[in-house]
Design a protein around this ligand. Sequence first.
Ligand code: MRU
Length: 375
Amino acid sequence: MKINGKQTRSIWLEADGQTVGIIDQTLLPHRYATLQLKSCDDAAHAIKSMQTRGAPLIGAVAAYGLAMALRADASDENLERSYAALLSTRPTAINLKWALDEVMAAVRNRSREERVAAAYLRAAKICDEDAAMSEAIGKHGLKLIEEIAAKKKPGERVNVLTHCNAGWLATVDWGTATAPIYMAHDKGIPIHVWVDETRPRNQGASLTAFELGQHGVKHTVIPDNTGGHLMQHGEVDIAFVGSDRVTAQGDVCNKIGTYLKALAAKDNGVPFYVALPSSTIDFSVNDGVAEIPIEERAGDEVSKMTGRTASGQIETVTITPEGSPVANYGFDVTPARLVSGLITERGIVPANSAALAKAFPDHSSRKPAIKRAAG
Ligand code: MRU
């Protein structure tokens, strides 16, 4: 990913080999600033406050969080306590639990002396693996864009609609839903992205638009309720979204509003694809609507808006009447029947139990390193 033309990842280990660097996503797009995480508490705070966010990235930050916890105290008690503290930061994205389980498996049977190095090593590998998975997702998804481009007149743009931020800011590099877009752009395919603003936290308007702009990809930010209209008028060729948890039967949990886009896509014959690494698949749940815990966040995120004034000040204003209650559900579930396909690092997989089990036999039969309910 490029920031001001410079190749950057969304998480890195600082030169001391201990401190973890991240981008403070709460300041984007108006300010680019980085943060140094020095402890498990710092990592937990960054995830909870959404300084860092996006399913794969919070997994990577949590993995380093556990490593930093062990550096402070490598006892079993602290390992358990820190695992629980990090797991409780956000309830919906399964990558968090997956990454914590991976680090736990790497350290649990080791001596205290060995644990710190083993945890840092697994966390670093989680980051590298995530970047590689996103790149593979990009290559598979690119084929879908190429097929659409091949049917168009020369120079005619391919219109993609996306929701929330499933870009490199939500992963370690490339992004999931955005990886095919960046690859298509780099190949010279004229591509244009309709960016859902994604109320209430505006991850589309603030983050997806920022990263597409940094990469030079043409895009237009739209209010969340515009996608259906655009689809009815033939202005959307394909929809790409990310996911926070995909169930064994292919139900897709993603940022609130994704379900409505999938319904509109179905009604208009627009292909609706979900891009995800295998660390997002939770084979322990089937029915996403019934079984996935949906995060409910503070009402302030709905009743207030923050932005930059004409004089360059960042200000927060209230947009609802005093005393009006608000509800703030973070995610919804799109049933598998509305999903055209799951773009994974192993290829495009139909959203159903048989296809997922066949594509990921090693994952579907794998027992978690430590069995706990997420959330
Ligand atoms: O609440 P957030 O901003 O962490 O939610 C993120 C999303 O819903 C993303 O679209 C999803 O995590 C996919 S990330 C590749």
